[in-house]
Design a protein around this ligand. Structure first.
Ligand SMILES: Cc1ncc(COP(=O)(O)O)c(C=O)c1O
Length: 357
């Protein structure tokens, strides 16, 4: 039996998608084999791959002057590829708002000069620093930020205003609501939250910015090589790409990003409201910066954490443990997690509080 899965990633995948995949697993598209066994260069596979790319373009309304790449290496490889390609001889600006921006900065620092424009580390990343206090570099190679910090559960809900090319790690927020892609020089995201299985990384890069990328790196590290070869510079993660395509179709069938955004905002609102009205649970993130995808919360008495996790698991509510670096709980409520799951979680939390509060 499938339970509600609140994992931060790899995360829940829509059940309809899994069922459809199951029905095609042994034999796909009358090919006499599974999709995993088909050549990535075959016309049948290229059709699936192109349809997935087009559906992503439609969903995000990506303008024509952007490349949409299906790569490997996770968002973590992007932490290195970005400075390698774009910051060879210039300072790169980074906003430090949580664990993932910290990792991005650590990797970039090995390659280029990093200017941390602002940081909320001293307040445990419970907010995003006020834009008025950001210390930009003139003529920076780019400005990098993490739109949604998966671990701390904070988010920047609007793209920042900056003179330099804007790059966003959208791993845990992509496809949760519409965005204006034209504001960005580059957006990237690991797939294992709102896109599909791990092993696939999406990069959306503006042509004008791509033209400034290094041509001297090893091929696998050059964005332009991936763009020239339609993301088939080498064998791509064919199964993950195929499955991501199914998730994109599922989103389109269910009304696209406007529709899912409404559902996501209601889900988050119900959960935060419940937490805020309780004395037993709390969420430390500044209200304006609260994530709609990852909701960390702590219990008044951390001695009850183990009991909470034990009982919630028995109640069919999985993976509520907070990240090991900050403790407490975290409910990740991506697109594939419906309102019913939130309602079940709140009901459980209410009962737990009654028993132990
Ligand atoms: C915001 C963000 N950036 C980067 C990463 C790293 O992704 P990956 O494990 O795909 O390299 C994660 C993973 O959870 C994330 O949430």
């Amino acid at each position: 039996m499938r339970n509600w899965n609140f994992s931060a990633g790899p995360a829940a995948i829509p059940e309809e998608v899994l069922k459809e995949t199951q029905s095609e697993l042994l034999e796909w598209n009358q090919s006499g084999m599974s999709v995993m066994e088909v050549s990535h260069r075959s016309p049948e596979y290229i059709e699936v791959a192109s349809a997935a790319r087009q559906d992503l373009i439609d969903l995000l309304d990506i303008p024509d002057n952007y490349q949409v790449l299906f790569l490997q290496g996770g968002a973590t490889l992007q932490f290195s590829m970005i400075p390698m390609n774009f910051a060879a001889d210039k300072t790169a600006d980074y906003l430090l708002t949580g664990s993932w921006s910290k990792k991005a900065i650590a990797e970039a620092s090995k390659i280029t000069t990093v200017n941390t424009v602002a940081s909320s580390e001293t307040s445990n990343f419970q907010n995003v620093p006020d834009a008025a206090e950001w210390n930009h570099t003139n003529d920076a190679a780019y400005f990098h930020y993490v739109a949604n910090e998966t671990i701390q559960g904070n988010a920047l809900h609007q793209p920042p205003e900056t003179e330099s090319p804007l790059i966003a790690d959208m791993s845990s927020v992509i496809l949760s609501e519409p965005i204006d892609v034209s504001k960005f020089s580059m957006i990237y995201a690991g797939a294992q939250k709102n896109i599909g299985p791990a092993g696939l990384t999406i990069c959306i890069i503006k042509d004008e910015f791509l033209a400034t990328a290094s041509n001297e790196l090893p091929g696998m590290l050059q964005y332009s090589k991936h763009a020239e070869s339609d993301s088939m510079f080498n064998t791509p993660p064919t199964f993950a790409w195929y499955l991501a395509g199914k998730v994109f179709s599922w989103l389109k069938t269910n009304g696209g990003l406007e529709a899912i955004a409404k559902i996501n905002h209601t889900k988050a609102k119900t959960l935060y409201q419940f937490i805020d009205t309780s004395d037993f649970y709390s969420n430390p993130v500044a209200i304006a910066n609260r994530s709609i995808m990852n909701v960390p919360f702590i219990l008044k008495d951390s001695n009850l954490d183990a009991q909470f996790l034990h009982d919630s698991k028995n109640a069919g509510l999985l993976n509520l443990k907070g990240h090991r670096s900050i403790g407490g709980m975290r409910a990740s409520i991506y697109n594939a997690t419906p309102q019913d799951a939130i309602d079940a979680l709140i009901e459980f939390m209410r009962e737990f509080e009654k028993k132990h509060g």
